[in-house]
Design a protein. Sequence first.
Lengths: 503, 155
Amino acid sequence: MDTLAHIINGFAVCLQPINLWYTFLGVFLGTIIGVLPGIGPSATIALLIPVTFGMNPTSALIMMAGVYYGSKYGGSTTAILIRTPGEAASVMTSIDGYEMARKGRAGAALAVSAIGSFIAGTIGVVALTLFAVPLTSMALKFGPAEYFTLMLFAMTAVSSLTGKSPAKGMLSTIFGLMIATIGIDLQSGQPRYTMGVAEFQDGVGFIVVVVGLFAVAEVFRGMEGLFHGTAPKMIKISGKLWLTREEWKRSIGPIWRGGIIGFIIGVLPGAGGTIASILSYTTEKRLSKHPDEFGKGAIEGVAGPESANNSDTAGALVPLLTLGVPGGGATAVMLGAFIMYGIQPGPLLFQNRPDLVWGLVDSMYIGNIMLLILNLPLIGLFVRLLYIPSGILYPLIVAISVIGAYGINGSTLDLYLILFFGVVGYIFEKVDIPVAPLVLSLVLGGMMEQSFRQAMTISGGNPKIFVGSVITVTLIVLSLISIALPFVLLRLKALKAASEDAA
Amino acid sequence: MMADRVIFVCIIILAAVYFYATAQIPSLEIGDPLGPKAFPRLLGIALLITAGILFMEMWREAKTAPRQKERITAESRRHYMVIAAVVVWTGLYIAVFERLGYVIATTIYLLALMAYFHPGRWITNILTSVLFCAGSYVMFNYVLGVNLAKGILPF
């Protein structure tokens, strides 16, 4: 019953006025960046790290988590009103949500996505609360070899599930690992790949990489979009911001199912919010009695995916908090933040800092309630953000990125680096190389190398240690499966196409 | 695809450079059976394997998909030129950032970008850049205690 006491105590932490304020600030910022194009949760969390240096880590992490799940609420608003998902995970919402808006049901579409997000977000946090403890007791048995194989699994899953080509996903992962090797080697004290630049001895900071890849690159892309005259037409919010009885009845099932699908996908490494919402959409379409309505403004097509991508965020925090190994880009940035504050998430954190862990988890219950209030009555206010001309917004995002990057060390080298990674991110997108795997492996790279070498030291240089326990073997098999999966799927598709041709 | 071929060549070059740089790391193998070079070597090998997989993907694509000529139109070339100009302009801004200071450098930087991407609205553009720079400087320097470059301004 220790855990129950800790959970209740967590509420005492997150209900402190200062933490309530940071929860609010986090979800408020999250909603804003969810609505605005050009800057997403990963870059925002990274930019917040230097600003929050002096703060108590619990409050800082509560705020960052708020940004993360709050952005999912905001992302649906633009998906519905201008058919442009504010965040990638809202891509499914832009299909039926926009159609609903065109038919004058924008109010209902916004309402169902806020309510669905709230219910599913809460389902996700409940599941996180329930699953965290059993997982940590398993994680306590992890040695370096287990950690190495776990990180290997996280990376292979992310690299083969994001992007179109598995080879390019792997490429991105290896780039990240290579960047992580820059700097002084922790075990031997040797500088590696510093090219004689003193600043590189501490390694390349992940904040500048994330800001470059996710904010600056996005600005370049957006500026290019300005030429194509993609000034979107916005649909005015019409109808009450609430649901009719009929719409309620149709939405409640998708919300529950979406919540559960999202959580499971969130826990698994690699998949993430976009896949969760696509999966929920196809599930609802298959279960529906009138699948032909999908794509023409079916409310189930908004309720399900929006719920799924919100409970996904709670699910994604499970491996981060219990194992200390994130399964995606945004949680990797969160891990980076934890480490900057000198906190190592994982099973020991539950024993040593229950106030922090449960304060953070419990704050998500409260944050979800705040988001429901922010996103229903106040939605009109956030929609006004869409009237900011992109020609003003994009330059300002660069300036904000510069403040964040310069704020870390006061070094102009960091500014050149965000520009460099901005260009890299822009080119990567052009040639279909995903960037999320790079961020994950950059954050995990140092830990991965250390656990690899520790394991090898323990075994006296015998690599058999990586197949020495049930856990490592399972994880290696899972890694191999996730590498092979895209190839198998391609093959199956080809076979199916061939048999259809023959028929 | 043309781009994939360029990526393939870049990977090979990168792998070669990385292997060379790894060989340059001095190592004393005391109490650490692997030393600082082993993990990077594994990464280099993994990179070469990835190049192999990419080659296979290109091979398959070339066999199945009909060859498409990718054309860069005059218009998209102009867009790339503008993005390149933005990159150069940002580089210049960073180069003078500490000398001029955050407020002056950023105001000039923003004004030029807005003049191009949000043309004709001089008053809005000037007001936004000046207020943003002054406001963020005050907030970060005095409220949050994050030091932004002071430059030639006395405060």
